[in-house]
Design a protein around this ligand. Structure first.
Ligand SMILES: *[C@@H]1O[C@H](CO)[C@@H](O)[C@H](O)[C@H]1NC(C)=O
Ligand SMILES: *[C@@H]1O[C@H](CO)[C@@H](O)[C@H](O)[C@H]1NC(C)=O
Ligand SMILES: *[C@@H]1O[C@H](CO)[C@@H](O)[C@H](O)[C@H]1NC(C)=O
Ligand SMILES: *[C@@H]1O[C@H](CO)[C@@H](O)[C@H](O)[C@H]1NC(C)=O
Ligand SMILES: *[C@@H]1O[C@H](CO)[C@@H](O)[C@H](O)[C@H]1NC(C)=O
Length: 513
């Protein structure tokens, strides 16, 4: 609490710098930080008196990097370093008029990942299964550095963060387990840890997330306009335990918790959100989510002066489960819309993305409510597989569960052929058929009947159409329930049993409207 107030105070001073004030770095540059490594170039900025000259140089590592001097304008200076190979530690010193200097110590170069979303991203390392083992690992990964923005909201786009929850730090058990939903994100930290193991160079994690928040709060007015969501505004949230605010408006968190970060160079982002949209603008999510990704990419690229890639990799978690007996289609619909209605990622609409399926990680007994499953280890691991394959182009890394490549309706049964080998267990109702006498696309109002699994081969599953005449089969869907299967016991996985098949819904008759 004190930390937060203190930093807020400094930031208020920040707006006075234009009038000859203090010389300092922006709020999210600090000792122990990770700056983006080559081929991108790191951007640094801060405050100083107008018209003064600022020079930034690195010391301590194998390379000395002097960026050309820049002038302070409107109270702000900004430099772009030359590309730096991964490594360190360096000291980063900014000098004002050859006179006054400020230094960031123990700075590493590596890949910087932004971690965003709602409470399942905020879920801390002390809340997960086997928390004590996980916390004890903190000291083993001193090259994975963490930072977290404070919970702040704003009606206008802020230049800098209004507060910092965790300043750049070498991870410790205390920081990773700093109070339920406070710090530090288990998914973000474990993702970073997996990346470090694969890449063997520093990883910087920047968390900016808030429980109970819909995608609209994290989207700029531009992105919302793209989906005709800009005129709908202000909403009470579905889940409102005390840690959540109960009313939001559009762009509130984009303004305060994302916009300030745009000028920092990043490698990519991961995202765990969607629950708050299961009953808020749910049908729009297949537009609003990809649109937010496009907009973040454009904005980070532009504001970093072209350093952050215009199509930076974006990974996300497909929402897990909530109510075991629920017949509501909020969760299945959001899972589908998270993929822009393709069922998998990346896809034509969502290029350079990757998805971690989590519907098989339900946790009915979670002390934090069943909407907060405690197994974040598998979530982070699955995300890291996607990052290795999509963001880093590592060959031979499977990151997608089986998805149908062909569905054949023949005279006795329906044959679902998958794009890879499958590992199958029997189920009487995980597949469902849409049964319709008219040849139109199916929806939630159609009659869906169970299609028991009859038999399976290496990469195909045959399901029965006993409950529907084959002529009337108009669609097929899989795992279309809030809570489709028990823990790690969905009927279809990759052959090695690691990656669950994502849910799908397919129409036999295309939409002719
Ligand atoms: C960085 O700065 C700290 C504090 O001023 C100093 O103790 C340290 O020796 C410096 N390290 C390098 C690598 O220059
Ligand atoms: C250096 O700082 C002092 C006060 O701290 C100031 O009087 C002086 O003008 C500064 N010199 C330059 C070259 O900016
Ligand atoms: C961030 O970048 C944008 C675009 O280059 C620029 O307009 C803005 O002033 C920058 N903000 C800071 C604090 O440097
Ligand atoms: C927790 O630890 C047990 C025993 O090592 C292990 O079997 C289990 O998979 C772990 N759970 C998670 C979610 O990692
Ligand atoms: C259905 O799938 C099986 C594999 O399980 C395959 O052997 C068979 O040829 C398929 N039938 C049709 C009609 O495609």
């Amino acid at each position: 609490m004190f930390l937060k107030r203190c930093l807020c105070f400094l930031t208020i001073l920040g707006s006075l710098y234009a009038y000859g004030g203090r010389f300092q770095f922006a709020s999210y540059y600090g000792d122990h930080m990770v700056l983006q490594k080559a081929p991108e170039r790191a951007v640094l900025w801060g405050y100083g008196p107008d018209d003064a000259e600022v020079t930034v140089f690195l010391s301590g590592g194998p390379v000395t990097n002097n960026a050309p001097a820049v002038s302070v304008a409107a109270g702000i200076w900004r430099v772009t370093l030359v590309p730096m190979e991964a490594g360190g530690p360096y000291n980063v010193t900014a000098v004002l008029q050859n006179n006054h200097s400020i230094t960031l110590t123990d700075v590493l170069f590596g890949d910087v990942w932004l971690c965003g979303g709602q409470s399942n991203m905020a879920f801390t390392t002390s809340q997960v299964f086997n928390a004590s083992e996980e916390l004890a690992l903190a000291s083993k990964f001193p090259q994975v550095r963490i930072f977290m923005a404070a919970l702040e909201q704003s009606d206008t786009e802020l230049t800098d963060l209004a507060g910092v929850e965790v300043p750049w730090s070498v991870p410790t058990a205390k920081l990773l387990g700093g109070g339920d939903f406070k710090h530090y994100s288990a998914v973000c930290w474990m993702f970073g840890r997996h990346l470090y193991k694969a890449l063997k160079y520093p990883i910087g994690l920047v968390t900016s997330c808030w429980g109970g928040t819909p995608v609209e709060a994290w989207s700029s007015p531009r992105a919302l306009q793209h989906c005709d969501l800009d005129r709908i505004n202000g909403f009470p949230m579905p889940y409102t335990p005390s840690m959540y605010l109960s009313v939001w408006t559009n762009s509130l968190l984009w303004n305060a918790m994302i916009h300030p970060l745009l000028n920092m160079t990043i490698k990519g982002a991961i995202w765990y959100q969607g629950e708050a949209n299961t009953d808020y603008n749910q049908k729009k999510y297949s537009c609003s989510f990809p649109s937010m990704i496009d907009d973040w990419r454009m904005a980070f690229h532009q504001s970093s002066g072209g350093q952050t890639a215009p199509d930076f990799p974006f990974g996300f978690v497909q929402v897990s489960t909530y109510r075991k007996a629920s017949l509501s289609e909020g969760f299945p619909n959001i899972r589908w819309h998270q993929t822009a209605d393709y069922g998998f990622a990346p896809n034509l609409r969502m290029k350079n993305t990757f998805m971690a399926v989590a519907m098989d990680l339900g946790d009915e007994m979670s002390p934090f409510g069943s909407i907060h499953p405690r197994d974040k280890q598998d979530v982070a691991y699955r995300l890291s597989l996607g990052a290795r394959a999509v963001a880093y182009g590592e060959e031979g890394v499977s990151f997608q569960g089986p998805f149908p490549s062909r569905v054949l309706v023949n005279d006795q049964y329906i044959n679902v052929t998958y794009d890879q080998r499958v590992s199958v267990t029997q189920s009487k109702d995980i597949f469902q058929i849409c049964c319709s006498v008219v040849k139109v696309p199916c929806d939630s109002l159609s009659l869906w009947v169970p299609a028991p699994i009859m038999q399976w081969g290496l990469n195909a599953i045959q399901v029965s159409s006993n409950y529907c005449s084959l002529n009337h089969v108009a669609g097929l869907r899989y795992a279309w329930r809030d809570w489709p299967c028990d823990f790690k016991a969905c009927p279809v996985y990759s052959a090695d049993g690691v990656l669950p098949a994502p849910p799908f819904t397919l129409n036999r008759w295309p939409d002719k409207r």
